[in-house]
Design a protein around this ligand. Structure first.
Ligand code: ADP
Ligand code: MG
Length: 439
């Protein structure tokens, strides 16, 4: 089994164990790692012997049941300290804290005249890091796909060589870690962490402006990596020479490789992006609607997505079919407004408030109707108003698995069709959520 797959299964097992045995659940469960999962046995790595002993005495039953429920097989569970440190170190080195957005891949990136050079250079760099364009500097206005491309590079580079050590972080992340390292007297380990990678990817480097000491540190990091033939990739909102207060030495280095811009997308590219995003969410929309949205929103792809979300939210509470008319009504007065992102906590908050139930009960095993129904409604709304997967939604609601969430969505959808009251209720809740998102 692939490492990633084992880790995903293990994460579900831990979540399940927590719900099966809340009394023994501890915050440090997060530190546990899977050492081995094969032949009906799961070996769990613990940081020290005391932890292992506690788990053996108190939690073996819970973990065993959880493992059996998640994998569908009989599984024996054991807790072990031996290889924990070694495995952790290897994990940290190969994975770092590389958190990639699952949608931000080259496959999901629509190429057009506005971003062709940027996209092609990103692909080239991901295939032969350190040899084609070094550094690669991508710039463009907000919401045009810089972060998407940087994640895509990391994905592709990892696919090509899983052992490659990649650091991807926002410039703020770099600066904050640097400041913390100085405070804690850890400069040496900070330097080692960044100067020994195969690929360093820093998003939004304009944030380095007026940060002289961070610029100095970054300068040395840059030189070390560059001299060792390691790939450096940067993004910013303007070309190197136009970032205010960026030191001359850095400007000149950022210009050594390839500087590629991303411009606002053409109409045709916008249509293709709307279609791609709709497809990613499993939404069927006609060409007419995609064209309508693309005509309305020009400058920012994040807003293009926001428009799609708005239409979807309205469609969900009125009819199944998204018609052009509905899209027009939904977007009236909305275009130009900052795209609103709804997150699952907004939904949970509105629903728990409306039904006056406690979050803890929603996440518990309780199955009486007064709790099960709000829980199912949460699942249904989260499925339709956010990008979360079934598994993620279940995770927020007490570690339930994706089949439970799917079942809940179907049930509420049917009720929405057959019961006018349910229809009105969902309409009311969705309005509250979409009018009141936290971000
Ligand atoms: P930036 O970092 O430049 O501000 P992002 O990379 O965050 O922009 O992009 C904003 C949104 O637009 C993301 O959801 C991204 O997937 C989407 N996006 C941008 N460009 C494209 C494209 N060419 N194809 C598909 N999606 C895109
Ligand atoms: Mg960005």
């Amino acid at each position: 089994m692939a490492t990633r797959e084992v880790e995903d299964i293990f994460a579900s097992i831990v979540e399940r164990a927590k719900t099966l045995d809340p009394v023994n659940t501890r915050k440090w469960f997060e530190k546990l790692i899977p050492l081995r999962l094969s032949g009906g046995s799961l070996e769990i790595g613990c940081p020290d012997e005391a932890t292992a002993a506690f788990l053996r005495d108190n939690c073996k039953g819970g973990f065993t049941r959880a493992a059996q429920q998640i994998t569908g097989h009989l599984v024996t569970v054991d807790f072990n300290v031996d290889t924990y440190k070694k495995t952790r170190r290897r994990q940290r080195r190969t994975e770092g804290d590389l958190k990639l957005h699952p949608d931000y891949t080259f496959e999901n990136f629509v190429v057009g005249p506005s971003n062709r050079l940027a996209q092609a250079s990103c692909v080239a760099v991901s295939q032969s890091p350190g040899t084609t364009y070094n550094p690669l500097f991508i710039y463009g206005n907000s919401g045009l796909g810089k972060t998407h491309l940087l994640h895509a590079i990391c994905f592709a580079a990892k696919q090509k060589s899983n052992r490659a050590v990649i650091q991807l972080l926002s410039c703020e992340g770099f600066v904050n870690r640097f400041i913390r390292a100085i405070k804690e007297g850890n400069s040496a380990s900070f330097q080692k962490q960044f100067r020994t990678v195969d690929m360093l990817v820093i998003d939004d480097v304009q944030f380095l402006r007026e940060r002289e000491q961070s610029q100095e540190e970054f300068f040395h990091t840059f030189n070390t990596l560059y001299n060792n033939g390691k790939q450096i990739i940067l993004s910013a909102d303007s070309p190197p020479g136009r970032i205010p207060s960026l030191g001359k030495r850095l400007i000149s280095r950022f210009n050594w490789g390839l500087v590629a811009s991303i411009d606002p997308p053409s109409y045709e590219t916008r249509v293709a992006i709307v279609q791609k995003k709709a497809h990613l969410r499993g939404l069927g929309i006609s060409d007419g609607i995609a064209e309508y949205i693309a005509r309305k929103v020009h400058a920012n792809i994040r807003e293009l997505e926001g428009a799609l979300t708005t239409i979807y939210a309205v469609a969900m509470t009125t009819s199944e079919q998204i018609t052009l008319e509905l899209a027009q009504t939904a977007l009236e007065g909305q275009i130009g407004a900052v795209a609103k992102q709804i997150n699952i906590t907004d939904i949970i908050e509105v629903v728990t408030d409306h039904f006056d139930v406690r979050l803890a009960d929603m996440q518990s095993k309780k199955r009486n109707r007064s709790i099960a129904m709000p829980r199912q409604i949460c699942m249904y709304l989260a499925r339709n108003l956010t990008k979360h997967s079934l598994g993620e939604i279940g995770g927020h609601l007490g570690g339930r698995d994706h089949t439970t969430v799917m079942h809940a969505c179907n049930k509420i959808r049917q009720a929405c069709h057959s019961e006018p009251q349910m229809h009105a209720l969902l309409d009311h809740l969705a309005k509250q959520i979409t009018q009141n998102p936290s971000a």
